[in-house]
Design a protein around this ligand. Structure first.
Ligand code: SF4
Length: 432
């Protein structure tokens, strides 16, 4: 192993004609998506005393550096332990090398409280058992540092599934909720500003205590038990949800908190569980709803009547499509998603208009043909497809931006619409 490759400093309104039972076009073939390592870019900012050590190749290091290069951070909290030719050829003991790299890292960085060993394609190819390594290193460095592991490899994960794998690794570490004390757990990484807005709304509703997974600090992992009710803040957390339910938590079914409508229904699911009366609920959410609707009205005229096509990428596609169709007046052509979790997305699917193509998985060539035939006003896709499509005269929106940007909640609804209006404005300027 080649040491560390550093990182840059740096009650629902279900539509009558919803999509709940619409057949899904399932495709398998070549995919154009990032691997799960990408999640480190937002997760390392979220858990402020964690460090993400990718056990991977120079390709993995380059992916992280170029993805992180989109933003500037004061403190690098991720790096890549490079598996070199000697490791790949079995000429060195990769476990010894890993222990050496981790020991040096922890000595140099006493601020680290939680260390994630993140698996990659190369670590899988040489069958490096990172779960045993994490147990071994945890024994060595506990109680100061907890060492966990998950896979971000492109063989096992796509893009946002890295967050699911990371949060799933945290679930067994969560303390047990004493007795059957009731609490609300918000699951999925959110920007702190968004968490604070939601905390104020839940407090005004009398819903609580409210905790977040992931927590901001490793030592503050929320408790979980049969009294835990959880709300998914992100639609790509299937494994985390499964494990939480294994610990007794119950999911509150709701659409995702995107736009005025999604946010209202998401909050309503918790309010209903806590027995908040309708008058109080309406009074608490009304100011936020009004601000969101006013912000949306300014953008909606640029989006209304425009068509949009989603390539599968972040798993946010269905909630975004619902928001753009119902609150911005956009016309949906195809909505592609890498995976469709029917249970978690049931409320979203019921709110989509009929007559659209829903696709799951990817056969990129066929999908490109459908996109070219549809000639949408905006195409949402990964970075790899955006440039070629722009060159063909299609206006694109990078899906990755939607994961990096705070888009949840009332106060962000206008910004979310703006993210889609901007490429149209840019294209219009270029056409003049
Ligand atoms: Fe590439 Fe695999 Fe590394 Fe991801 S984990 S950057 S897909 S080699």
């Amino acid at each position: 192993m080649d040491g560390l490759a550093g990182s840059p400093a740096s009650s629902g309104p279900a539509a009558a004609a919803g999509c709940g039972d619409v057949p899904v076009l399932r495709e398998r073939g070549q995919r154009e998506v990032f691997c799960g390592l990408t999640g480190i870019i937002w997760l390392h900012r979220k858990i402020q005393d964690a460090f993400f050590l990718v056990v991977g190749s120079r390709t993995c290091a380059h992916l992280l550096q170029s993805a992180a290069g989109v933003m500037i951070f004061a403190e690098p909290r991720f790096a890549t332990a490079i598996i070199d030719e000697r490791d790949l050829a079995g000429m060195s003991d990769a476990n010894d090398e890993l222990d050496r790299v981790v020991t040096r890292l922890i000595e140099r960085r006493p601020d680290i409280r939680m260390l994630f060993l993140v698996g990659s394609c190369p670590s899988e190819v040489i069958k490096l058992d990172l779960s045993r390594a994490a147990q071994r290193l945890s024994k060595q460095f506990s109680p100061a540092v907890r060492v966990l592991n998950y896979s971000g490899s492109g063989i096992e994960t796509t893009f946002t599934q890295g967050e699911d794998a990371c949060l799933a690794a945290l679930v067994p570490e969560m303390p047990a909720e004493p007795g059957s004390a009731r609490s609300l757990l918000v699951v999925g990484a959110l920007a702190e500003v968004v968490e604070d807005q939601f905390l104020r709304l839940f407090a005004a509703l009398g819903v609580g205590p409210v905790r977040f997974l992931p927590s901001r600090r490793a030592a503050e992992l929320p408790a979980v038990g049969p009294g835990t009710r959880y709300l998914l803040a992100q639609p790509f957390l299937a494994e985390t949800a499964r494990l939480l339910e294994g610990r007794g938590a119950q999911r509150l079914a709701a659409p995702f908190p995107l736009g005025a409508e999604g946010t209202t229904e998401w909050l309503r699911a918790a309010a209903r569980e806590w027995g908040v009366d309708a008058t109080k609920f309406d009074a608490v959410v009304a100011p936020g709803q009004a601000r969101a609707r006013a912000a949306l009205a300014q953008r909606a005229e640029r989006l209304a009547g425009k068509s949009i096509f989603f390539f599968p990428d972040s798993q946010l596609e269905i909630p975004l499509a619902r928001f753009l169709s119902r609150e911005c007046g956009m016309t949906l052509t195809e909505v592609g998603t890498p995976y469709l979790h029917r249970q978690h997305l049931a409320e979203e699917l019921a709110m989509l208009p009929g007559g659209i193509t829903l696709s799951e998985g990817q056969h990129v060539d066929r999908q490109l043909d459908r996109c070219r035939a549809a000639r949408p006003d905006i195409t949402v896709c990964g970075l790899g497809l955006a440039n070629p499509l722009e060159a063909e005269g299609l206006t694109t929106k990078w899906a990755i931006e939607l994961v990096f940007t705070p888009i949840q909640g009332f106060e962000q609804a206008g910004d979310l619409a703006e993210l889609f209006a901007r490429p149209l404005v840019r294209r219009a300027r270029l056409m003049v």
